[in-house]
Every structure is written in C-alpha cells, then in structure tokens.
Design a protein around this ligand. Structure first.
Ligand SMILES: Cc1cc2nc3c(=O)[nH]c(=O)nc-3n(C[C@H](O)[C@H](O)[C@H](O)COP(=O)(O)OP(=O)(O)OC[C@H]3O[C@@H](n4cnc5c(N)ncnc54)[C@H](O)[C@@H]3O)c2cc1C
Length: 415
C-alpha cells in the first residue's frame, strides 16, 4: 500500500492523479478465516485493525451487509469526549480519545480530528451538582475536564443566551480536548489499514445464519456463501439482537432510531461543541459552515433509518431558547440511525454463551467517540478469549449480577 504524503499529492498532481491505487480491495470471500468480524462500521473495522496490529492476527474478514461506514458510523454527529462518571467508562473513552489524537498519523489518512473543546451546559441546579461531581471524578481518573461558570461559557460561545426564561445557563463541564472528527474518514482509514495488512473487507454481504458445533462457532452463512471460522465478532450496533438470535442467545439491547439534522451553511459562528442535555439538543459547526444538530431517540423501538418531522420541531424548539439565532436558519437535511441501547447506558464487550462468539454492542447514542478504544479492547478479547483491563467491566454477566455501570447522566442524551 502506497503511503499518502505531501510528496504523493505533488507527484499525482503532475500526472493528472492517474497513479492513485484503490484505498481497499474488494475480494470474494475465502473458504475460511481465523477470525470474522460482522459489521464494517467503525467498531468492527477498528476491531479488525487492532487484531492485526496488536495481536498479529491478519487472516481476518470484515463482513458488511451494505457499504462500509454506512451504518451509524456514517450517520452520527461525530462528538468526541471522555467526561464520563464511572471509572471503567472514563478508562475506555479516554483511551479512545487519546488514540484519536494521533489517528491521522497512525493510519496515514487525515481523519480531521478537531479537538476544539466541548461544553456540557448545566441548566438546572441538579445538573450543576452532577457536573461538578463528574469534574471531581474526572480529576481522579486523569481525564482533563473542568467546571466553568456562565461568564466563561459566554466567552467561549458568544452566540449563547445565558438568561433563558426556563433554563438559564448556570455553568458547564468543559473538556478542552474534546471535539469532533470526520466520521467517514475514520471508517475509510481503518478499512485502508486493514486491507493493507491483507484482511478482506467484504461489502454487500449480509450474514444470514451462524453455525455451531458442540457449543462452539464453526461457520457463518452469508449472501455470498458459507465461510468457516473459529472466532466470530458481532459488531453490528442496532442489529445486535438479530445476530444474537441467529446464534441462539438473547441480548439486553433495545434498538431505536436516533436522529440528527444540519442547517444551511453560515459564516463561522461557534468554534466549540455545545451540549444542552436538559433541553435535549447539541450543536457544533462543521467545516462547511452547517450547524450540525443532534436530538433525541424515538420513544419506541424501531429499525427506521430515516428522520421524522416531529423531531426537527422538537429539537430546534429546544435549542432556540439557548441559541436564539437558530430561529433564523433553514434546516437542510435530516437522517436517522439505529442505535443499540442497554439498560445502564454502557456498552457490552463480552464473551457469549457460544464459544468463539464475542459481542461488541450497546454503544447506543455515543459510540463514535469510543471507536479506537473499543476496537483496541475488542481485539484483545477476541485474540485472548478473555477480556483485558479495558473490557473487563463490560461483560454480559453484569446484567445477571446487578453490577451496572450507570452512565444515564453522561449518555442519557444523544451524542
Ligand atoms: C444520528 C446519530 C448521531 C450520533 N451522534 C454521535 C456523536 O455525536 N458522538 C458519538 O460518539 N456517537 C454518536 N452516535 C452513535 C454512534 O454513531 C454509534 O455508537 C457508532 O457509530 C456505532 O458504530 P458501530 O460500528 O458499532 O455500528 P455501525 O456503524 O452501525 O456499523 C454496524 C454495521 O453492521 C452492519 N450489519 C448489520 N447487520 C448485518 C448483517 N446481518 N450482516 C453484515 N453486516 C451487518 C450494518 O450494515 C452496519 O454497517 C450517533 C448515532 C446516530 C444515529
């Protein structure tokens, strides 16, 4: 695989860009792989990448029913942060955030990581107490966040209205190195690196069945034929329950649509990310100038990958009080993705009742930010057949044993 560099751009510029090679191959599936990852979203591709990079397992296929990055990975609002409350969450999200810092160099592709800073607004006294507690917990966990007052919020976000009639801004939890990245580029960068290691990324290939022998996975059936394997990683977000059903077990996951929308492009107006969890909305400005706005999940389980009109109204109405300038903007596009919600709003990285099958799910509304950390931890789980320190707390056993990792404050709103 040729390296991308300033020199390569100059060289290709001189020869009319005729020498670029395909970023990843599109092979037909082989008869057998050492490991198969189902789902070529960010988490599946990162799992494959770290299987190769950290554990030397490269006879791997990533099987995707659509196109890579076409699930939630290509539909999210790209917020990256690690200001969670519980220790296991802070550890895996901070690992991910720190990997984002060097991802463009590590994967040799510009993923446009933009650590522009992120504020979670406190708009009730309850939130003030909650975020001050999180700031203290983050200090102990080594995650750099701080509590800031309303004046500092206004300095960072001049377009904000502090004295809203219902929910005045009382301060915020500020993570200076939180921010955004380009979602497609993250998927593409991992795909290219996996392909470069000799892995097969097989798109337009749905897994339709899972075969087992004596309680151990032996093969998957796909729309492109039967493929044998002894290790199978299910990394399919909102479709996790369907895949688990094929293997004969159930997961404590609910699938719901989560929606987002963007405004028409405007001049630079806000150079940080702002989340307003009380009114349930959040916003950042893209490089193109569009205000990228995220709202809540549908109030019922569904598999609908599209937006709905009442969400535009609900989300924009909620944000207008805090950002009055929004009332003058036209909204351009909206869309939805199927997110996988657990009861404690924390992910599942776990062995399953079937030998050789591992599940990575439950990132719900907030799993873009965790892609590199999740892939790192999942690869370790698959390679060693045992969770490492990052994944240990996120096993399925916690639901049976009542060891919940309650992140309903950090992850209860969509982001
Ligand atoms: C509107 C919206 C906004 C969001 N905003 C944020 C945010 O700001 N920050 C953040 O951190 N997170 C956010 N998220 C959440 C984030 O997008 C997800 O948690 C994350 O992308 C999940 O990645 P994944 O790789 O697990 O899943 P996906 O990207 O959904 O990948 C799973 C893949 O599995 C494939 N698949 C399913 N079934 C099969 C099958 N039978 N055979 C083969 N392949 C199959 C699917 O086609 C899909 O491509 C948001 C999500 C949405 C929908």
């Amino acid at each position: 695989m040729k390296r991308y560099s300033a020199f390569a751009i100059a060289r290709e510029g001189l020869r009319y860009h005729s020498g670029w090679e395909r970023a990843w191959a599109s092979p037909a599936p082989k008869k057998r792989y050492d490991a198969i990852v189902v789902g070529a979203g960010g988490h599946g591709l990162a799992t494959a990448y770290y299987l190769g990079k950290n554990h030397g397992i490269t006879n791997v296929a990533v099987i995707e029913k659509g196109w890579l990055g076409g699930g939630n990975t290509g539909r999210n609002t790209t917020i990256i942060r690690s200001n969670y409350l519980q220790d296991p969450s802070a550890a895996i999200y901070e690992k991910a955030r720190s990997l984002y810092e060097t991802m463009s160099q590590d994967l040799n592709m510009n993923v446009m990581f933009s650590p522009r800073g992120l504020i979670m607004l406190a708009q009730t006294h309850h939130e003030v107490r909650g975020y001050q507690r999180t700031a203290q917990a983050n200090a102990l966990q080594g995650v750099a966040t701080e509590w800031i007052g309303p004046e500092k919020v206004k300095e960072l976000v001049p377009i904000i209205r502090l004295d809203g009639p219902r929910y005045p801004v009382l301060g915020g939890l500020w993570q200076r190195r939180g921010g955004t990245a380009r979602h497609d580029a993250v998927a593409w960068a991992y795909a290219r690196a996996c392909s470069g290691m000799g892995m097969d990324i097989i798109q337009n290939c749905a897994v339709t069945g899972i075969e087992t022998e004596a309680g151990q996975v032996s093969a998957v059936n796909t729309t492109k034929g039967r493929i044998e394997t002894a290790k199978l990683a299910l990394v399919v977000a909102g479709h996790s329950s369907e895949l688990a059903q094929m293997a004969g077990f159930r997961l404590p996951i609910e699938s719901v649509a989560l929606q987002a929308l963007v405004s028409e492009p405007i001049k630079p107006a806000m150079d940080v990310v702002v989340m307003a969890n009380t009114v349930h909305g959040y916003m950042s400005q893209s490089d193109k100038g569009e205000m990228v706005i995220g709202g809540g999940t549908d109030g019922f389980n569904n598999y609908t990958q599209r937006g709905s009109f009442h969400h535009i109204e609900e989300t924009v109405r909620a944000l207008v009080e805090t950002f009055p300038m929004l009332s003058r903007l036209k909204m351009m596009r909206q869309w939805g993705g199927i997110v996988d919600m657990t009861g404690d709003r924390s992910p599942i990285l776990s062995k399953t009742p079937v030998g050789g099958i591992y599940v990575n799910a439950g990132w719900g509304t907030g799993g873009f930010k965790s892609i590199p950390g999740s892939g790192w931890a999942m690869a370790e789980l698959v390679a060693k057949d045992a969770p490492g320190p990052l994944a240990a707390a996120f096993g399925l056993g916690r639901f049976r044993e009542g060891r919940f990792i309650d992140e309903s404050v950090a992850a209860g709103v969509a982001h």
